[in-house]
Design a protein around this ligand. Structure first.
Ligand code: SAM
Length: 282
C-alpha cells in the first residue's frame, strides 16, 4: 500500500483499543512515514509500534505538557515536518489529550488529516442495539458521589442514547446511582474489555445489570463503557399510562385504577399513584 505523506500535515491516527489487529493499513503506513509521532505515553505506544515494525521517532504529548509543547510542534509543522498524534488507545482526543494542539493547528492553517479507527464509545454503541439516530457522549461520570448524582440528575430526561466511560473502581457505586436516578427498567448495554480476550457485551435493564456486575467480580475489572437508553421511551410509556389512568379513574377508585394500569403497562406504581392523585384533585 503506498500512501503519500504530505509535508506540514498533522495526522490524527486511531490505534487499537485491545486487539492489535484493529489498526488500518493506512494508519500503519502513516505512522511509518511521518517524521515524528506524538504519543500520550511513549513507553506504552512503543509496544504497539514495535509490534508493527515501526521505527519512527516518538515524542511525548500528554495532558501535562500539551499546552507547553504545542507551539513547538506547530513550528515544526510550519517548517514542513509531518506529525502523527496518537493516544494510548483508540481515537485521539476522545477523552484523551490533543484538542489544544489541533486547535492551534487550525489557528495556524495547518493541514489536519484524520486516520479513523477504533473508538470504545462507538464500538459499544454499535453493539448496544439502542437508538443510534441521536446519541450523546458523556465521558466519565464524576468520581465523587454528590457530584456524580447531580451529573446523572441533569441527564434524567435526556432523550438521546447516552454513552459513559466507566472506571472499574467505581462501577458498583455508579450503578447504584444510575438505578436510583434513571430507574430499574431503563435499558443499558455494558461493554467491557471490547476486542480483548475476556470481552463482555451485556444488554439488559439497569436492575439486571446491577445484579450481573455484583455477582461476578471479573465484571468489576478492566475497561468498560455503559450505553444508556434515552428517556424518550419511558416518557412515551408514561404518557400512554396516563391516558389509561384517566379513563379508569372515571369509574374506579385510585388504588384499583393504579393497580390495573401497572398491570397493563408496567409503569412505575409510585409515579402513577402521584399522577392519579393529581388527576383526582384537579
Ligand atoms: N480514546 C479512547 C477511545 O477512543 O475510546 C478512550 C480513552 S479513555 C482515557 C479510556 C476509557 O475508554 C476507558 O476507561 C474505558 O471506559 C474506555 N475504553 C477504552 N478501551 C476500552 C475497551 N477495550 N473496552 C471497553 N472500554 C474501553
Amino acid at each position: 500500500m503506498s500512501i503519500e505523506i504530505l509535508p506540514g500535515t498533522l495526522y490524527l491516527v486511531a490505534t487499537p483499543i485491545g486487539n492489535l489487529d484493529d489498526i488500518s493499513q493506512r494508519a500503519v503506513e502513516v505512522l511509518k512515514q511521518v517524521d515524528c509521532i506524538a504519543a500520550e505515553d511513549t513507553r506504552h505506544s512503543q509496544t504497539l509500534l514495535s509490534h508493527l515494525g515501526i521505527q519512527t521517532r516518538l515524542l511525548a504529548c500528554h495532558e501535562y505538557n500539551e499546552e507547553r509543547i504545542s507551539p513547538k510542534l506547530i513550528k515544526q509543522l510550519e517548517q514542513g515536518a509531518s506529525l502523527a498524534l496518537i493516544s494510548d488507545a483508540g481515537t485521539p482526543l476522545v477523552n484523551d489529550p490533543g484538542y489544544r494542539l489541533v486547535d492551534q493547528a487550525h489557528a495556524h492553517a495547518i493541514k489536519i488529516v484524520p486516520v479513523p479507527g477504533a473508538c470504545a464509545a462507538i464500538a459499544a454503541l454499535s453493539v448496544a442495539g439502542l437508538a443510534t439516530d441521536r446519541f450523546s457522549f458523556e465521558g466519565f461520570p464524576p468520581a465523587k458521589k454528590g457530584t456524580r448524582v447531580h451529573f446523572f440528575e441533569a441527564l434524567k430526561t435526556e432523550q438521546r442514547t447516552m454513552i459513559f466511560y466507566i472506571s472499574c473502581h467505581r462501577i458498583s457505586d455508579t450503578l447504584v446511582d444510575m438505578l436510583t436516578i434513571f430507574g430499574q427498567q431503563r435499558r443499558a448495554c455494558f461493554a467491557r474489555e471490547i476486542t480483548k480476550t475476556f470481552e463482555t457485551i451485556k444488554r439488559c435493564t439497569l436492575a439486571e445489570l446491577q445484579l450481573f456486575v455484583d455477582a461476578d467480580e471479573y465484571q468489576q475489572k478492566g475497561e468498560m463503557v455503559i450505553v444508556l437508553e434515552g428517556a424518550g421511551k419511558a416518557v412515551d410509556d408514561m404518557a400512554q399510562a396516563e391516558i389509561y389512568l384517566r379513563i379508569l379513574l372515571e369509574d374506579l377508585p385510585v388504588k384499583q385504577a393504579v393497580n390495573l394500569v401497572v398491570k397493563m403497562t408496567g409503569a412505575n406504581k409510585n409515579n402513577l399513584y402521584k399522577t392519579a392523585l393529581e388527576i383526582k384533585n384537579a
